[in-house]
Design a protein around this ligand. Structure first.
Ligand SMILES: Cc1ncc(COP(=O)(O)O)c(C=O)c1O
Length: 452
C-alpha cells in the first residue's frame, strides 16, 4: 500500500525538522497542527465529561470560566451515556448520538419539508474517523480479486490503499481538470466499459465531494447523474462527504437527497469531525450512514447485520470521538452565550480558510506555468505544474521545494493524475503570517527551478 500524504516527502520533512529546520506541514489536512484553535464549546463539554467534578468547581466559581450551556450539555450527555466516557458504548455508538446525527442529516437536507426519506438512526454507525467507515465498507464489498471499486483520479489515497489491502481491483475514472475537476457521465461509462473488458465485477463507485485533492464541489446535476449511473449498473455509491462544511462559495448537495427516489441504489455516506470547522483530527470521530440497505447475496442478511457484527468485534468506536460527533451535529443554541461564541469561532475559521486559499492562489499567478483550475473547496489547492525541466517530475519539485523553503506538500503522483501531467497538493491551513513569509520564497524557488 502507498500513502503519499505520509510518504517520502513528509518523511524527509521530519528528518529536516530534527536538524532544527523550520517545517511548514502542508502535506496533510490537519488543521490544529497548523495552529487552528479548537472550538471552545467542544473542549468545555469534553473537559467536564472527562472530569465531572469540574462542574462543582465551576459552580463554586460563579460559572465564570464555563458557560452554563456547556454544563447543561455535559449533564445531558452524561445522563444519556449513563456509563461515562470510560465505558464501552453500544457497538454502533451511543443511540442518542446516532439519533442526533439522523436529525442533523434531515435538517441539512430539509427532508421533512421536501417529503424526502428520513434518516434512520439504526442505519448509522459511529466510527473512529471516516477512514474506519470507508475501510469497513470496502472490506465487505470486495469478496474476490476480480471485484472492483471505481475511484476518482486524482483521489485521496485511503481508497487506493484500502482496495489494495482488501485484494480488489482499483478502477480509475478521471476528473476533468479543465472543467474544474468535475466528473462526466461519459467518463464513468468509459471507465466502466474498460473494466468490463477486463472481467472486473464493479461493486461500487467512490465519490469524494467536496474533492480531495481537487477541492471541487459537485452540483446537483452531477450528483444526480452519478446516482443514475449507479442505478443503471446496479452498483453502490460510497460518498465521502467529510468536507461538506468546506464549500466557501457554493452550496453543498448531499448524495442522501439524490437517492431518495432511487431505492435501488445503496448509499454509504461518510462524515467526520476531522475537517469542516472542527478540525479535531486526533480525536478520531466520524459516522457512516447507509441508505437503501443492500442485502448480502445468497443470504437473508443485510449489510447492516454484517457491519454490526464487525463493529461488535471492535466493541465500539472511541467515546470522545462519539461526543465530538454529537457536538458537531448538535451545536449550542444560537440564543445562548455559548452559541454566539461558537458561531463566531466557526465563522472565523471558515473565513480564514477561504482567505488563505486566495492568498496562495494569488501567488500561483506569479509562477510561470502554474495553473489552478476550479473553485476553492475542501482544504487543498491542486495546481498543475506545466513547465518542469526535462527529466524532472512533480516529486522532484516537491522535494526541492521542501529543501529550499521548508514547505511540505505532496506531489500529484501520490493522488494519481493523467499521464504526462504534474501537480502538487497544498493544504491551505498555515496562519497568514507564515504564508506571507513563505510564499515569496516559493515564487523565487519556482523561478529558479523551472529555469534550471
Ligand atoms: C477525503 C477524505 N476522506 C477521509 C479522510 C479521513 O478522515 P478521518 O480523519 O475522519 O479518518 C480524509 C483525511 O484527510 C480525507 O481527506
Amino acid at each position: 500500500m502507498d500513502y503519499a500524504v505520509r510518504g517520502p516527502i513528509p518523511q524527509r520533512a521530519a528528518e529536516l525538522k530534527k536538524t532544527g529546520r523550520k517545517i511548514i506541514s502542508c502535506n496533510i489536512g490537519n488543521p490544529q497542527a497548523l495552529g487552528q484553535p479548537p472550538l471552545s464549546f467542544y473542549r468545555q463539554v469534553l473537559s467536564i465529561l472527562e472530569y465531572p467534578e469540574l462542574v462543582e468547581i465551576y459552580k463554586g466559581n460563579s460559572l465564570s470560566h464555563c458557560p452554563e450551556t456547556a454544563i447543561e450539555y455535559a449533564e445531558y450527555i452524561q445522563g444519556e451515556m449513563d456509563t461515562g466516557l470510560g465505558a464501552y458504548s453500544d457497538s454502533k455508538g451511543h443511540l442518542f448520538i446516532r439519533e442526533a446525527v439522523a436529525q442533523f442529516i434531515d435538517r441539512r437536507d430539509n427532508t421533512l419539508e421536501r417529503k424526502g426519506v428520513l434518516s434512520d438512526p439504526d442505519n448509522i454507525f459511529l466510527t473512529d474517523g471516516a477512514s474506519e467507515g470507508a475501510k469497513n465498507i470496502i472490506e465487505l464489498l470486495i469478496k474476490d480479486r476480480m471485484d472492483g471499486i471505481m475511484i476518482p483520479i486524482p483521489q485521496y489515497p485511503l481508497y487506493s490503499a484500502t482496495i489494495r489491502r482488501c485484494g480488489g481491483r482499483q478502477v480509475n475514472y478521471y476528473l476533468n481538470e479543465e472543467m474544474g475537476w468535475i466528473l462526466t457521465k461519459n467518463e464513468l461509462e468509459e471507465s466502466y466499459a474498460k473494466a468490463q473488458t477486463e472481467n472486473i465485477n464493479i461493486r461500487a463507485i467512490v465519490v469524494i465531494n467536496p474533492g480531495n485533492p481537487t477541492g471541487a464541489v459537485l452540483n446537483k446535476k452531477c450528483i444526480d447523474e452519478i446516482v443514475s449511473f449507479a442505478s443503471e449498473k446496479g452498483i453502490a455509491i460510497i460518498a465521502d462527504e467529510v468536507y461538506q462544511e468546506n464549500t466557501y462559495d457554493v452550496k453543498f448537495h448531499s448524495f442522501a437527497q439524490s437517492v431518495w427516489e432511487c431505492p435501488e441504489v445503496p448509499l454509504f455516506s461518510l462524515h467526520s469531525v476531522s475537517k469542516g470547522f472542527s478540525g479535531e483530527c486526533g480525536h478520531r470521530g466520524g459516522y457512516l450512514e447507509i441508505r437503501n440497505m443492500p442485502r448480502l447475496e445468497s443470504t437473508n442478511q443485510t449489510m447492516n447485520d454484517v457491519l454490526f457484527r464487525q463493529a461488535s468485534v471492535n466493541l465500539c468506536s472511541n467515546t470522545v470521538g462519539q461526543i465530538l460527533v454529537y457536538l458537531m451535529v448538535n451545536p449550542p443554541p444560537m440564543d445562548s452565550e455559548a452559541g454566539k461564541l461558537h458561531q463566531t469561532e466557526v465563522n472565523t475559521i471558515l473565513s480564514q480558510l477561504r482567505s488563505k486559499a486566495s492568498i496562495i492562489k494569488r501567488s500561483f499567478q506569479e509562477m510561470d506555468g502554474v495553473q489552478c483550475f476550479g473553485k476553492v473547496g475542501a482544504m487543498y489547492l491542486f495546481p498543475r505544474l506545466n513547465l518542469l525541466p526535462k527529466q524532472k517530475n512533480d516529486f522532484d519539485y516537491c522535494m526541492a521545494l521542501l529543501d529550499s523553503t521548508g514547505l511540505t506538500t505532496v506531489n500529484g503522483g501520490g493522488f494519481g493524475q493523467k499521464e504526462g501531467t504534474h501537480h502538487l497538493r497544498i493544504a491551505f491551513l498555515p496562519p497568514k503570517s507564515i504564508l506571507e513569509e513563505v510564499l515569496p520564497k516559493w515564487v523565487d524557488f519556482h523561478r529558479n527551478y523551472i529555469n534550471s
